[in-house]
Design a protein around this ligand. Sequence first.
Ligand code: 13P
Length: 249
Amino acid sequence: MSRRKIIAGNWKMNKTPQQARELIRTLLPLVETDEADVVFCVPFVDIPAAVEEVSGTNVQIGAQNMYFEDAGAFTGEISPEMLWELGVEYVIIGHSERRQYFHETDEDINKKLLMAFEYDLIPIVCVGETLEQREAGETLSWIRSQIEGAFEEVPEDLARDTVIAYEPIWAIGTGKTATSEQAEEVCGYIRQVIGELYGPETADVIRIQYGGSVNAGNAAELFSMPDIDGGLVGGASLKEDFGKIVNYK
Ligand code: 13P
């Protein structure tokens, strides 16, 4: 089975709507490709401008978060229906920064995952261990618990369309990339856990990204590993280098 690569930029809390337009105009010619799905995950307020700028191109727009209710008294939150109406196609769920700074739990992440599907948003679910957990030899058991928590009661036909991003927390924004062997070990393990939950066919089709200090110099090696189907890119997605990451071959 050859899975289509998916390379997504997570802009995090960067770029105003006007700056987003400018960056997208710079990046669009650089990220043209037939060989991978390309996604820009932009801040909420940039979404209308971003959707307009990428219209008719190979780039799709993602959000970085959403709430798990349709509507209601949840001051400051954004619903999946709002994202859907704007033309958003992907949504990052459970990024480690949201788990760490905004106290999102596996249960929240599971509810968001289930709700994203209701609005045809493709979730990019993030998992990853801290340096302490890695050094204590707890990486795989931690990742298993995050995957099992996120996918609770998610049916097979939806699970297979989900994108999972393995992002070791110690590699995010640190310039300290996991080696391709470390990244492959965990991505392969995630595929194994998905296989236990849903069977071998789902494990074979589900796409698993690596994230954490991906750059133009290391993308090719990481993305050529058998269980790594692309990347979730932070800092380097805001630069022209993102074109080199997308066209890493
Ligand atoms: P960096 O690529 O800046 O390390 O960020 C990774 C990340 O968190 C993507 O979601």
